[in-house]
Design a protein around this ligand. Sequence first.
Ligand code: PMP
Length: 379
Amino acid sequence: MQVSDRVESVPPSGIRRFFELAEEMDDLISLGVGEPDFSAPWSARDAAIASLERGETSYTANRGKRELREAIAAHQSRKYGLEYDPDDEIIVTTGASEGLDLAMRALVDPGDTVAVAQPSYVSYVPGVKFAGGEPLPVPTRAEDEFKLTRAVLEDAGAQEADALVYCYPNNPTGATMTGEELREVAAFCREHDLIVLADEIYAALTYEHDHTSIATLPGMRERTVVFNGFSKAYAMTGLRLGYAMGPAEAIGAMNRVHQYTMLSAPTTAQHAALDALENCDDDVADMRDQYDRRRNFVLSRFAEMGIECFEASGAFYAFPECPADDSQAFAEELIQEKKVAVVPGDVFGAGGSGHLRVSYATGLDDLKTALNRIEEYIS
Ligand code: PMP
């Protein structure tokens, strides 16, 4: 069977190879995966179970249950000062992943250029290509702590792009950006008329300062779509629930794709999500505190080992320099010889090479053992 050129142009995910190697091994500690080691809070799980017991197994409205959209609007207003109308400016999606895919398909025309801040989550570049657009890598720099700046945007030629996609708090670097720092990015996007796709899925996981959404900066709401979801903050990856917020024209266009492709996001998960927003602030705070303790531990261990690592301030990743020249080979040998999985930074695109992504969404005991093994290995 002939597959499409569009799909042929996208190689298989670079992370997958590491999971395959890792799966074959007993006693392996994985600092490789980008998902919480916690389960969803009980209250959210109970709400999902109760909805099943009531027999609520039908589709919901295309855009998601109205009650959930109202809760999302209230939550985003309270936490980040974002104001969106639950009727036509919010869509509930099957993970933030679906939201990103819908936005690419609804907002990118064939031949449009989408600047992608890198190193980045691995789905942006394929998403742009599936939509027929041209991805333009914008490599951020270790010396800027992997933040987006006007200089890196200009150096990459992003002034010619039609849109910019980025993620802060960042996967894979753990970098965050303050409101002040985002002003420069916002000004650039306004000057050069770029749409912004802001992936804020880690917004609840910041450790040094509160999260600011670029959509709250002057002149940005009308050119920004914000993505968020329940996978990270509420440890609900498997329930597949996220949402996107933006101007009515953008969300309406995304809903047009969604109503033909997905119909509606999972109903059971929508019940869990509604409960999560209403009742699970304390659970989120508790998980965040645990990540923060692990973050401090990981950063201090790298410092003890003499491995250069900037102070990651969000999400659940550290992004140290790789102590060897070839980070791919280093990561493969670390799995084989010491049974610890990390992901080489190259997988995340420009600016990532020479680094390793180390996820601390793993219990402290395993983290301690894994870091001891890394220390043994490099010495
Ligand atoms: N964006 C980023 C930056 C991510 O790290 C992930 C998950 N690894 C996603 C989006 C996808 O999240 P979801 O489970 O909501 O589809």
